[in-house]
Design a protein around this ligand. Structure first.
Ligand SMILES: NC(=O)c1ccc[n+]([C@@H]2O[C@H](COP(=O)([O-])OP(=O)(O)OC[C@H]3O[C@@H](n4cnc5c(N)ncnc54)[C@H](OP(=O)(O)O)[C@@H]3O)[C@@H](O)[C@H]2O)c1
Length: 251
């Protein structure tokens, strides 16, 4: 088994996932770039490998249980462990639609991806995370999932109305808390934390990164800063937290 830190990032062929892969590989981690479309993932990985980084593309559709189990098998055979799992893959399919009329099938698609996909990947990789001396699960959540901020007129997300997407991130937050507590109770050395990246210029929500920058979104380097900080922290003693670059975020 290698001494290098082995990290898997889901949804990493573009956007924040790709930037996280790059920065963690630059920090000397071996990074598996998860992509539901292996051709896209390979193209993204090739550029990083050409720059001398230790990156490998891996096919991973988080809504496909068999794709996940194949990825687990591959990581197990090749590395025998996983040190860091970054659950980044996610999407929003509802924007400013009133919850009184928002279609159930839209909400279901969001839960299938952001919640059930995230839980399935995590549960299937737990045996490999347990092979690490000190593992980390980092869930890319959002302040949009904070009930406290949704009720706070001073908050930047007070006027947001994407109930389906927001509810998925609230659910990811609860998964974070309960899994962290389970590991603490059982003295399993795996921490679990949720991150709010802020409003970040990617293709999230069907926009282009450039147009998102124009309406005030932050560059990806800023969006991934807290995640990279947590993933590279030498001490692994923080668990059950929700944070961003400014500090603690209200649940
Ligand atoms: N951008 C923001 O302002 C913002 C704010 C708060 C939180 N977030 C969260 O940050 C995370 C990353 O978002 P982003 O801004 O980087 O968005 P993005 O550019 O749209 O990237 C999303 C990534 O998820 C992948 N994905 C979608 N469905 C998948 C599936 N079934 N299996 C595996 N991968 C899948 C996409 O792959 P394809 O290329 O194949 O579609 C893509 O690589 C998400 O969880 C999002 O909710 C974003």
């Amino acid at each position: 088994m290698t001494n290098k830190i082995i990290t898997l990032v889901t949804g990493a062929n573009r956007g924040m996932g790709l930037e996280i892969v790059k920065e963690l590989a630059e920090a000397d981690q071996t990074v598996l770039l998860g992509s539901r479309d292996l051709t896209k993932g390979q193209a993204a990985a090739d550029k990083l490998v050409a720059a001398g980084l230790d990156v490998e593309a891996i096919q991973l559709d988080i809504t496909d249980p068999e794709s996940i189990s194949r990825a687990v098998e591959l990581v197990g055979k090749q590395y025998g462990k996983l040190d860091i799992l970054i659950n980044n893959a996610g999407a929003s399919f509802d924007h400013f639609q009133d919850p009184s009329i928002l279609k159930l099938d839209v909400i279901r698609r969001e839960f299938d991806l952001n919640v059930f996909g995230t839980i399935d990947v995590t549960q299937q990789f737990i045996p490999l995370l347990k092979q690490s001396d000190s593992a980390k699960i980092i869930n890319i959540s959002s302040m949009m999932g904070s009930l406290t901020e949704a009720l706070n007129p001073e908050s930047s997300v007070y006027n947001a109305s994407s109930m389906g997407y927001q509810a998925t991130k609230s659910a990811v937050n609860m998964f974070t808390v309960q899994l962290a507590k389970e590991f603490q109770r059982k003295a399993i050395p795996i921490t679990v934390n949720a991150i709010d990246p802020g409003l970040v210029a990617t293709e999230f929500g069907g926009t282009s990164a450039d147009s998102a920058l124009e309406y005030g979104a932050q560059p990806v380097e800023v969006g991934v800063a807290r995640t990279v900080e947590l993933a590279t922290a030498p001490k692994n003693d923080i668990t059950a937290t929700f944070s961003n670059t400014h500090g603690k975020v209200n649940w």
